[in-house]
Design a protein around this ligand. Sequence first.
Ligand SMILES: [Zn+2]
Length: 325
Amino acid sequence: MTERRSRLEAYEKLFDIDALWLALAEGHQGQRKAVGQSTEGRTLWQIEFGDSSKPTFFLSSLMHGIELVSGFALLETIKTILSEENRKLLDSVHLVVMPVVNPDSLHRNLERLHADKFSCVRCNARGVDINRNFPRLSPHDSWHPFAGSKNPWSMYYMGPHAFSEPESRAVRSIALDTRPLVSLGFHSCGNLLLHPWSSRSEPHPRIGLYTELGNAFVRALPGEKYEVRQARRWYPTVGDLDDWLDTRFQTMAFTVEVSKPRLHDNLRLRKLFDPYAWMNPANPESACRNVAPGVVSLMQRALEVLPKRLPRRTTESPLPLAASA
Ligand SMILES: [Zn+2]
């Protein structure tokens, strides 16, 4: 068996990801509802747990369908939050989950990899990078090749305009409905916890709060440590989800870059140029078990500090809050 196919064995359950989430919802009084249809007509699902009068935590994954490990990391995280030991946390929150933001890309990758073909499909079925399809904070483009491109052939194509895609509109409808206090989007890779801004280089006015919650995440990780970083210091992005949630709803919006490629695992030239191999560890379990306690700890800290400092808003607030203590 080729290395590509054997690595996929760890991820093949993702073919049935909707059923996995439905079973989890049914076992924990979760509510599943459709929030749209993907470009190719697949149902976009939202799953809710807990009391909707409590602060909303919005968790999502597989916005980029080649980042397979992100899907398992979110599943492991929600299972951990639903476990008996975290009952107190669950009683205090409204969990809103979008397990597969970009199902067309996920299935395209799984089918190609299953056929032992090279695959690195990041965008939706129309070639749009969903994480460049949110409203931009600045009219200026960035020179950086990953920041977002107007070229439809680019892997970072931002689409004809903000919310041009059904997948980003589904995320928007969840955000408008629930106005999340905190958002955690699972991606891969880098062992990083990123926060806004990704489009501006000046420090975010709420850097103190972002760092405080980020440190709670890092301290609780049992394994490899993550670095908390303003996303712009990783690379600039224009039109990403976190900047939009942060400015539109005052959401504390994080991106979890799950796992870190091991150079010695990927030294063979063929793998070095195969993003699938370095974005998705051969053994995803340990990377996923590592992040779950971090997210629990971040959520607990958020409940301690945010409701006092960030009253939930019902109207759009274009201005970021002043710097926190
Ligand atoms: Zn991603």
